[in-house]
Design a protein around this ligand. Structure first.
Ligand code: PMP
Length: 381
């Protein structure tokens, strides 16, 4: 009998997928479910991006690319960073990956030895600790507070540093909170001197001042970004890493062995995204913002507290402890009784047990229906 490795047995599932799969099972049985659990744009990819992919296929761009990514795409990423943040990066600092998820995995693999520590916020994106443990490292959690908009406190990071700490991860705008990290805090975090891994995947999806890149504050940083959210390209699997130059060759070796290169057609599509899709992004952001404001108002009227208004990504994380202590059970109860999918806080960290994440990556009329149902559920309690 083949044996399953411990590291495989130990990796936890994505709890949100449990909710989604249960919801799909209920839908198959004829129930109408409103999906407020999904962390994926409901929009289809803008036409100009799809057209570029079709053209790439017609030209026969169906081969492996350079393991670091198409030169034209890497140059476009450099221009994007210059224009957006006034930050100079060169193609030799960039590796194009099959999404931000493999980028995260490669960074953690390149940075962490077994027994090393990496500092994460609580709450955090669920994959961070899972990837860290997968490479044998220890996630160290720094608690963030609701009244602070769940932003990391630089002083608390400092207190968590030990001789084994290798890096700190930041994510702004953040999943699951939708909040941004203030530039002053980014500056203070950069000044700690630790390498900063900055997951910037929600950049561009902001409803107030733009998000700042960690590269504006330090070069001792790894930027992770991807096309999934901003350009509604989740299925294309495209992302990238900007790393200090000495890390590119090691990362390239991981890429060559594990992935060879990112998908060629997706990379041509990504080039069009950067060069042609700005107007489409602006339209999507306007629509997200309408939904965001609507959802915040309704959620607050229902009695949920939201001390800091989330101004990025497409999520709200709200305290639902008055409805139940166990967010996993509560999310399933809401699904079964109200027909609304929401994500339990426990997926994102021990300190947000009792919270629920609502996503507004869904049509406004569906959000309205979902919140009507939730209101009736809350009222009946
Ligand atoms: N980082 C964060 C914070 C995310 O929310 C996600 C997607 N849910 C990812 C990374 C991964 O994105 P992808 O692999 O599609 O680029």
């Amino acid at each position: 009998m083949a044996r399953i490795s411990k590291r495989t047995l130990d990796i936890p599932p994505f709890i949100v997928m449990d909710i989604l799969e249960k919801a799909q099972q209920m839908e198959k049985a004829g129930r109408d479910i409103v999906h407020l659990e999904i962390g994926e744009p409901d929009f289809t990819t803008p036409q100009c991006i799809c057209d570029a992919a079709v053209k790439a296929i017609a030209r026969g761009e169906t081969h492996y690319t350079h393991s670091l990514g198409l030169p034209a795409l890497r140059e476009a990423i450099c221009r994007h960073h210059q224009q957006t943040y006034g930050v100079a990066v060169v193609p030799e600092q960039i590796l194009v990956s099959s999404g931000t998820s493999p980028a995260l995995f490669m960074i953690f693999a390149a940075l962490l030895e077994p027994g090393d520590e990496i500092i994460l916020s609580d709450p955090h994106y669920p994959c961070y600790p899972n990837f860290a443990r997968f490479v044998g490292a220890e996630p160290v959690f720094v608690r963030c507070f609701e009244e602070d908009g769940f932003q990391l406190r630089p002083d608390d990071i400092r207190k968590a540093i030990t001789s084994r700490t290798r890096a700190v991860v930041i994510n702004s705008p953040a999943n699951p909170t939708g909040n941004l990290l203030a530039p002053e805090r980014m500056e203070e975090i950069a000044a700690l001197g630790l390498p900063v891994v900055s997951d910037e995947i929600y950049h561009g999806l902001v409803y107030g001042p733009p998000a700042r890149s960690i590269l504006e504050f330090t070069r001792n940083a790894f930027v992770l970004n991807g096309f999934s959210k901003r350009y509604a390209m989740t299925g294309w699997r495209l992302g990238y890493i900007i790393a200090p130059p000495e890390f590119i060759r090691p990362l390239q070796k991981i890429q060559q062995n594990l992935f060879i290169s990112a998908g060629s057609i997706s990379q041509w599509a990504g080039l069009a995204a950067l060069e042609e899709a700005e107007a489409d992004v602006r339209k999507m952001v306007e629509i997200y913002d309408k939904r965001r404001r609507y959802m915040i108002e309704r959620i607050q009227k229902m009695g949920f507290q939201l001390p800091v208004e989330p101004a990025g990504a497409f999520y709200l994380l709200v305290n639902a402890r008055h409805l139940g202590e166990k967010s996993y059970d509560l999310a399933f109860e809401i699904l079964e009784k109200a027909g609304v999918g929401v994500t339990p806080g426990i997926d994102f960290g021990a300190h947000v047990e009792g919270y629920l994440r609502f996503s507004y990556a869904n049509h406004l009329d569906r959000i309205e229906e979902g919140l009507d149902r939730l209101e009736r559920f809350v009222g009946a309690r």
